[in-house]
Design a protein around this ligand. Sequence first.
Ligand SMILES: Cc1cc2nc3c(=O)[nH]c(=O)nc-3n(C[C@H](O)[C@H](O)[C@H](O)COP(=O)(O)O)c2cc1C
Length: 195
Amino acid sequence: MPHLSVEDLNLLFADARTYNGWASDPVPDATLRELYDLVKLAPTSANSCPARFVFLRTPEAKARLKPHLSPGNVDKAMAAPVVVIVAQDLAFYEQMPQLFPSRPLRDVFANDAALAADTARRNTVLQGAYLILAARALGLDVGPMSGFDPAGVDREFFGERPLRAEFLVNLGRGDPASLWPRNPRLAFEQACELV
Ligand SMILES: Cc1cc2nc3c(=O)[nH]c(=O)nc-3n(C[C@H](O)[C@H](O)[C@H](O)COP(=O)(O)O)c2cc1C
């Protein structure tokens, strides 16, 4: 079986941390495109791809975010070279003819609001997680954040569009001095069952 090297696994997991402070090195737009080109390939249900990503990488763009952040997240987000808004597209099903051309799935979601909402949320969160791992695979550091006012972010960035901010991700080169101690994780026996 193909297997990543120990170094690559460490990059993705053991050495990957949540950064609270950032070096000022910019992240080129070309890297953000490379990042999306990885994220888009990871699986979503019915290939629905409901996540939308807004890359805030100018002081002006981040200033629009600032009033909607929890106080503890302001400094880290303002210092990060890029803040990504990971949002759900509640009308994701309009793209189903492109995304799953072999089956008429648009109306399946359009006619079932609960199914559409469930699908949008579950798969947006998955795609946000893929973004975290893809960023780390490209050598970027990451700091996810859910401490913000989603309604405020939606108003500021999406207006009347059917998009809902789910969480935020700071991206760049993390400052090792900003790391908090690593918290313990659950043991296999606590979190898993072999059935
Ligand atoms: C969805 C999500 C939301 C988070 N929200 C915040 C946040 O608002 N502020 C913050 O400082 N850290 C936030 N964190 C960071 C977590 O506390 C951190 O990733 C976790 O404790 C693991 O830390 P480690 O990667 O350094 O081991 C969030 C993480 C995730 C995945």
